[in-house]
Design a protein around this ligand. Structure first.
Ligand SMILES: [Zn+2]
Ligand SMILES: [Zn+2]
Length: 584
C-alpha cells in the first residue's frame, strides 16, 4: 500500500483549527479544550523549522502550549493525514457546520434540519435556498424566519467586510505565513506586502499581498488552496480575498512582471495618495518642476509597464515616496518639488536600545540576558529602565532593590562591550511629580517618565499633570506619551499642543514607543512636535529579549511622523547619547 502523503504545517494547523471550531460549537467544558487546539494551531503554523523534524524528533511537547493529547493529534495528522478527534467530531455534525454557525440566530439544531431537508452545507447554499423560497416550507422555519435569515446573511456579510482590525505585529505574522506559502507556487518571481501593512499603519483591516508572476491565474489557484482559508469573500481571475480561520482577511493580487510595479503601487495606497498620482499622470493636480514633456511620456509609460515603483515616480517627474509617507499629507507636493527628506530615520541608524525592563520589575529576562540580546543585535548601548515604586503592580523597584540593581549592572558591564545605562521608567504621579526623590533621580543615566495610573482625569487636570512633569528640572523622556492601547484604550484627554509648547522649552524629549500594542505617540503629533524642534528617542519598551524586535515598529512610526535621523537621540553614539539624556 502506498504511504499517505505527509501533511505540511499549514494543513496540520488547519485541521487543529477545525477541531477547535467544532469543540467550540459543542460548548460547555469543551470550550477549554477548544482554546488549547487554537493555541496549538497558532504554534504549528508559526513553526520556523520543519514540522517533520519536530514530530519525528519527539519535540512537540517541549513547545509552549502543546501537551500530550494535542501532540498525539499533531503526530497523527502529520503521519497519516487524519486525526481521531477530528473524525469523531465530524460524525457529530453535518458538513459546513462551522461556516453556517457564523450566521447569527442559526442554532446547531436548525443547521441540522436544513442539512437533512435541503442538503445545505454553506452560507451561499443557504442564501440560494432562501431566495428560492425553499426554507419557509420547512417545519419550524416559516416565511418570517426565511426573510429574517436573508436579511441576517446580507448584514453579516457586510459586517464581515468592515469588522475587526488586527494589530500590526499580528498582521505581519499572518502575512509572512501567507507569503511563505505563496513562495511555494510555480513561476513566482517576487511577493510583496502592500496596503496598510506596507505603510506600517498601527492596525490592519485587510492584509494585502501582491505577487509578481508570469502565470497570475495559477498563482491565485495556488492561494485558494491555502489550508487556513475558511471563507472566500471575493474571487476574480487574478485576485482573491479570503478570510482565514483566525478571522484575518487576506487579499492577494497576482500581476505579470510588466504590471507588477503599478499593481504594487495601487495596492499599497493610500487611496488618497494613489488618486493624486493618477491626477498628475492625467496632467491635472499639482504641478511638477519637471517639464511638460516628461509628463506626457509618463502617461504613456505608466501604462506600458515600468519594472519598479521608483521608475513610476520618476516618470511622473517626482522623487520616490517611501510607503510610510503615502497618505497625501504633503508628501506628493514635496516629492514634486524634490524636497522629500533624504535623511528619514532608518532601522540601521539606531545605535542604542532604549526602554528595557528586566526581572527587577515586570520583565521576563535578567539584566544580563537583556544586555546580551541587545549586544547581539549590534547595539552600542542599552538603557535598563525598570518601573518605579508607585507601579507596585508591576513590581516597581524600591530604593534598596535599586541599589542592588546598580551593583548587578556594574558586574554585568565588566563582561560586555555594550554600554549599559542605569535608568528608570519613573511614574508621573497624579500631581505631576516623578517617583523617586530628586537626589536619586539625579543619579540615573536616563529617565523615562510615563503615566501608568489615573488615566481618566479631565483634560485640564491631565494637561497640568504632564506639564508639571515635563517642567521638572531633570532631563526626562516622555514615555508612551498619550497612554493609548491600540484597539482597547483611547489616548488621554489633554491639550497636546500646550504640552508640546512646554516640552519645547523644557529639559525633555519624547518617546516613539515601539510596543505594537501602543505605538505612541502617533505620527500627526510627532509632526506637530517636529515643528517645535523637540527631540525624540525611538524605544522598544521591551519586557523580554524577543520584544527588542519592537524596534522596527518604532522606526516605522517615526518615519510616518517624518522624523529625520538628526532628530532622534538614539542615533547618536554612546557618549553623545549619554550626554544628551543626562538627567542632571
Ligand atoms: Zn510604561
Ligand atoms: Zn515600559
Amino acid at each position: 500500500m502506498a504511504k499517505p502523503a505527509r501533511l505540511d504545517k499549514f494543513a496540520v494547523a488547519a485541521a487543529l483549527q477545525e477541531i477547535a471550531a467544532l469543540l467550540e460549537l459543542k460548548g460547555g467544558k469543551d470550550r477549554f479544550k477548544a482554546r488549547a487546539y487554537q493555541t496549538g494551531a497558532r504554534v504549528i503554523a508559526g513553526l520556523s523549522e520543519d514540522i517533520g523534524e519536530v514530530v519525528l524528533g519527539n519535540r512537540l511537547t517541549s513547545m509552549r502550549g502543546i501537551g500530550d493529547a494535542l501532540a498525539s493529534q499533531i503526530e497523527q495528522l502529520y503521519l497519516t493525514g487524519e486525526s481521531s478527534v477530528l473524525r469523531g467530531l465530524k460524525k457529530e455534525f453535518p458538513a459546513g457546520i462551522i461556516e453556517l454557525s457564523a450566521v447569527p440566530g442559526l442554532s446547531v439544531s436548525k443547521i441540522k434540519s436544513l442539512h437533512e431537508a435541503l442538503g445545505i452545507t454553506s452560507i451561499a447554499e443557504l442564501k440560494a435556498a432562501a431566495e428560492a423560497g425553499k426554507i419557509k416550507s420547512l417545519k419550524g422555519f416559516g416565511a418570517k424566519t426565511e426573510a429574517t435569515l436573508l436579511e441576517t446573511i446580507s448584514n453579516h456579510r457586510q459586517r464581515g467586510k468592515q469588522d475587526e482590525r488586527l494589530h500590526l505585529h499580528r498582521a505581519l505574522q499572518t502575512a509572512t505565513q501567507v507569503a511563505d506559502y505563496l513562495q511555494t507556487a510555480r513561476d513566482i518571481r517576487e511577493i510583496s506586502f502592500a496596503g496598510s501593512l506596507r505603510r506600517w499603519k498601527e492596525t490592519v483591516g485587510t492584509i494585502r499581498l501582491v505577487a509578481n508572476t508570469k502565470q497570475p491565474s495559477a498563482l491565485i489557484e495556488h492561494f485558494r488552496r491555502f489550508p487556513l482559508i475558511v471563507e472566500f469573500i471575493e474571487q476574480m481571475e487574478e485576485a482573491c480575498t479570503v478570510r482565514l480561520a483566525d478571522g484575518a482577511r487576506v487579499s492577494v493580487v497576482a500581476a505579470r512582471p510588466p504590471e507588477f510595479a503599478l499593481a504594487l503601487l495601487t495596492e499599497t495606497g493610500s487611496k488618497a495618495h494613489v488618486n493624486k498620482l493618477q491626477q498628475i499622470a492625467n496632467g491635472e493636480g499639482p504641478k511638477s518642476n519637471a517639464k511638460q514633456a516628461t509628463k506626457k511620456r509618463a502617461r504613456r509609460r505608466v501604462r506600458s509597464g515600468l519594472l519598479k515603483e521608483e521608475d513610476i515616480y520618476a516618470q511622473l517627474g517626482m522623487e520616490y515616496v517611501p510607503p510610510e509617507l503615502r497618505e497625501d499629507e504633503g508628501e506628493i507636493e514635496a516629492a514634486l518639488a524634490g524636497k522629500l527628506p533624504e535623511d528619514l530615520v532608518t532601522l540601521a541608524d539606531i545605535r542604542g536600545m532604549v526602554h528595557c525592563h528586566t526581572t527587577y520589575s515586570d520583565g521576563k529576562h535578567s539584566v544580563a540576558e537583556m544586555v546580551a540580546a541587545a549586544e547581539a543585535m549590534g547595539m552600542e548601548y542599552v538603557t535598563i529602565t525598570d518601573h518605579s515604586p508607585t507601579a507596585f503592580y508591576a513590581g516597581g523597584v524600591t530604593l534598596d532593590r535599586l541599589k542592588r540593581q546598580w551593583a548587578e549592572i556594574d558586574e554585568v558591564q565588566e563582561q560586555v562591550k555594550i554600554k549599559i545605562l542605569k535608568g528608570t521608567e519613573s511614574d508621573i504621579v497624579a500631581d505631576g511629580r516623578l517617583d523617586y526623590p530628586d537626589k536619586i533621580l539625579e543619579q540615573f543615566d536616563v529617565i523615562v517618565a510615563s503615566i501608568h495610573s489615573r488615566y481618566k482625569m479631565d483634560s485640564a487636570k491631565m494637561t497640568k499633570r504632564i506639564v508639571t512633569a515635563m517642567r521638572q528640572p531633570v532631563f526626562k523622556i516622555w514615555g508612551h506619551a498619550l497612554g493609548r492601547k491600540l484597539l482597547s484604550r483611547p489616548p488621554f484627554d489633554c491639550d497636546v499642543e500646550q504640552i508640546l509648547d512646554v516640552i519645547a522649552e523644557s529639559r525633555a524629549a519624547i518617546e516613539v514607543n515601539g510596543d505594537p500594542n501602543r505605538l505612541d505617540m502617533e505620527p500627526r503629533w510627532v509632526r506637530e512636535a517636529r515643528k517645535r524642534k523637540i527631540k525624540f528617542v525611538i524605544s522598544v519598551d521591551a519586557h523580554s529579549t524577543g520584544a527588542l524586535n519592537n524596534l522596527k515598529y518604532g522606526v516605522a512610526m517615526a518615519r510616518r511622523g517624518w522624523l529625520r535621523k538628526s532628530e532622534v537621540l538614539n542615533t547618536l553614539g554612546a557618549k553623545a547619547f549619554q550626554k544628551a539624556v543626562k538627567p542632571a
